[in-house]
Design a binder for this molecule. Structure first.
Ligand code: GTP
Ligand code: MG
Length: 209
C-alpha cells in the first residue's frame, strides 16, 4: 500500500492559495478567483518520490475568519503546511506570526511549515534577503524555508511544491522507520525500555541499555 502525504495551504484571505494550487496544476491563471468557501479538496494524486509511491492530497483552506474552525479540522494529520502571504500587501505579511502560532497550536511538531510569498509579479515592498531575515526572527519551533512565487508567471511554483512533497516524504519515511524499530522490540522488552527511560537517572553511566 502507498504511503499517504497531506499538504495543506493556509494564509490570509486573498493571499493567493487557490491560485498557487491552480498554477501547480497547470490551470489557467484567473485574475478574479472566487474566495474559497470552507475547504477545497480535489482528490489524491499518485506521485513517486525517491523510488517510493505516495498518495498525495492537497487541501486548499479558506482564509476568511469565519471558516477558521474548518481550517483547524483540515489540519489534522497534515505533513506539510504551506503558509502563503501576499508580497504586495503589507497586511498579509503582518499576519505571518499569527498563522504560525495557529499552526503550532493545531498541528503536530513533526509537521513541516513552508512560507510562501505570492504575487511576486506585482510591485512588492520587500526583497528576498530582508524577508529571509524577518522569517528568522519569527517565533517558530523550526527553521523555516521561504519561497517567492507568482501564480501568474509560474515563477517558483514547481520548486515550492517539489520541496513540499520531498520534505513530506522525508517525514513519512522517518516516522515509518521509527514505527518499525518499535515493532522490532518484543512487547515485554518495550515495557522494560519504558521503565528504564522513566527511571533514567538510575541508569546514568550505564551503556548496556
Ligand atoms: N498578479 C497576481 N495576482 C494573483 C496571484 N495570485 C493570486 N492573485 C490574485 O489574487 C486574488 C486572490 O487569489 P486567491 O488565489 O483566490 O486567494 P486565496 O488565498 O485562495 O483567497 P481565499 O480563498 O479567500 O482565502 C485573485 O483575484 C487572484 O487572481 C499572482 O501570483 N499574481
Ligand atoms: Mg482560495
Amino acid at each position: 500500500m502507498n504511503e499517504t502525504l497531506k499538504l495543506v495551504l493556509v494564509g490570509q484571505q486573498g493571499a493567493g492559495k487557490t491560485s498557487l494550487l491552480q498554477s501547480h496544476r497547470q490551470q489557467e491563471f484567473r485574475a478574479h478567483n472566487a474566495p474559497t468557501v470552507a475547504v477545497d479538496f480535489s482528490g489524491v494524486k499518485n506521485v513517486e518520490v525517491n523510488g517510493k509511491l505516495f498518495d498525495i492530497s492537497i487541501w486548499d483552506t479558506a482564509g476568511q475568519e469565519r471558516f477558521r474552525s474548518i481550517t483547524r479540522m483540515s489540519l489534522q494529520n497534515t505533513n506539510v503546511a504551506i503558509l502563503c502571504f501576499d508580497l504586495s500587501d503589507p497586511d498579509s505579511y503582518r499576519h505571518i506570526q499569527g498563522w504560525l502560532d495557529f499552526l503550532h497550536v493545531n498541528c503536530s511538531s513533526e509537521m513541516e511549515i513552508i512560507i510562501v510569498g505570492t504575487k511576486m509579479d506585482l510591485p512588492t515592498f520587500y526583497n528576498k534577503e530582508d524577508l529571509q531575515k524577518f522569517i528568522q526572527t519569527l517565533n517558530s519551533q523550526k527553521q523555516l524555508k521561504l519561497f517567492l512565487t507568482s501564480s501568474k508567471t509560474r515563477e517558483g511554483i514547481e520548486e515550492t511544491f517539489q520541496y513540499a512533497i520531498e520534505q513530506g516524504a522525508k517525514i513519512k519515511l522517518k516516522s515509518s522507520q521509527m514505527d518499525k524499530s518499535i515493532l522490532l522490540i518484543p512487547p515485554d522488552q518495550q515495557s522494560i525500555k519504558k521503565k528504564q527511560s522513566s527511571n533514567n537517572k538510575y541508569f546514568q553511566g550505564c551503556y548496556c541499555c
